[in-house]
Write a protein that binds this ligand. Structure first.
Ligand code: ZN
Ligand code: ZN
Length: 333
């Protein structure tokens, strides 16, 4: 681990556990991610800076790896204390500036999507409530600076290349120092859990939604091809062996795709029927993750031409072989 990159572990109330911020100690002093909006997290961050011999006003840049509340919730307070400039992926700008508006437009998209996916009303309500509660851990900011993908940024005394690593979240960037082989990866690559490629609403109403798992797998392969030595992840310990981990993850997706294909060979299923079959014992907070997981794998199979969708009584049924396309619904917004 490079001593100039100091992890600051921050506790969160989320199932994923603690989140890592990283302090790049050299000039220009840079903080990567800040944690959710909670008093304890603020204290933890302040404590981490103190231990590194840093003050708030030393920080010149705050990089947000991706627009999830556990990574950028505290941003307004950090910017106010430090006077730093926030750097974000262009596709993350809207969510960092106006997280609540973005969440509202997501909710409007998800309701009919989940209905057609066969998700019962009480579970749709749980999902909506869960998404709404997340907004308590975040505030928007007035201004951010977007960074160009592929740009080289001088941060913490080194040159970092900005990588586009979407899939877990759109607007997800990673920072790569080619000379040292250091990758600050956000949630793109985590050591002990597989990052969820989360279902997302289209960026513009009526547009295409991102095929999260497909773009995630592509971004994983891109990272595996780089000379990465050490990964600084958004959760868990700093680790090595990125390429092997990517291989393992990709094999896991293949296995799950075959399993789904086997079930669809028996009879057509809705997304929710597949969720039930794949995850018979789900806890309250995990419905959205489970739906994302199934939709992601179905997207992969559909892109390979292995499954299609048919609409019956307002529900989308996935079946083996190409179905009648339901462009207006499953395909777009
Ligand atoms: Zn995340
Ligand atoms: Zn996270």
């Amino acid at each position: 681990m490079n001593a100039a990159i100091r992890p600051i572990s921050l506790t969160t109330p989320f199932p994923v556990g603690a989140v890592n911020a990283f302090l790049l100690r050299e000039d220009p002093v840079t903080l990567v991610d800040v944690g959710p909006k909670l008093p304890d997290v603020w204290e933890g961050l302040a404590d981490g800076l103190r231990k590194a011999g840093c003050e708030w006003r030393d920080i010149e840049f705050v990089v947000v790896t991706h627009p999830h509340v556990d990574h950028h919730g505290l941003l307004p307070r950090v910017l106010e204390a430090s006077g730093a400039t926030a750097l974000v992926h262009p596709d993350a700008e809207r969510r960092v500036l106006t997280p609540r508006l973005a969440a509202e437009s997501d909710a409007m998209y998800f309701e009919p999507f989940l209905t057609a996916s066969g998700v019962p009303e009480e579970i749709r309500a749980l999902i909506a409530e869960h998404q709404r509660l997340l907004q308590e851990y975040v505030d928007g900011v007035d201004e951010v600076k977007t960074v160009e993908i592929g740009a080289r940024l001088e941060l913490g005394g080194r040159e970092w290349r900005v990588l586009d690593t979407p899939g877990h979240s759109s607007g997800h960037l990673s920072l790569f120092d080619e000379e040292e082989g250091d990758l600050i990866a956000g949630d793109h690559l985590l050591p002990h859990i597989s990052s969820n490629a989360l279902l997302e609403a289209p960026r513009h109403p009526g547009g295409e939604r991102a095929r999260s798992l497909i773009v995630y797998m592509e971004a994983l392969k891109m990272v595996a091809a780089l000379p990465v030595k050490t990964v600084y992840p958004g959760h868990g310990e700093v680790f090595t062996g990125a390429a092997e981990l990517v291989e393992r993850r990709l094999r896991g997706y293949e296995r799950r795709c075959s399993q789904l294909l086997g079930w669809l060979g028996e009879r057509p299923h809705t997304v929710f029927e597949l969720v039930r079959r794949m995850f018979p014992r789900l806890s309250r907070g995990n419905w959205f993750l489970a739906v994302s997981e199934i939709v992601g794998h179905l997207d992969v199979l559909q892109a390979q031409g292995q499954v299609g969708i048919e609409e019956r009584r307002g529900l989308w049924y996935y079946r083996v072989g190409p179905g009648r396309e339901v462009r207006s619904a499953a395909q777009s917004g």
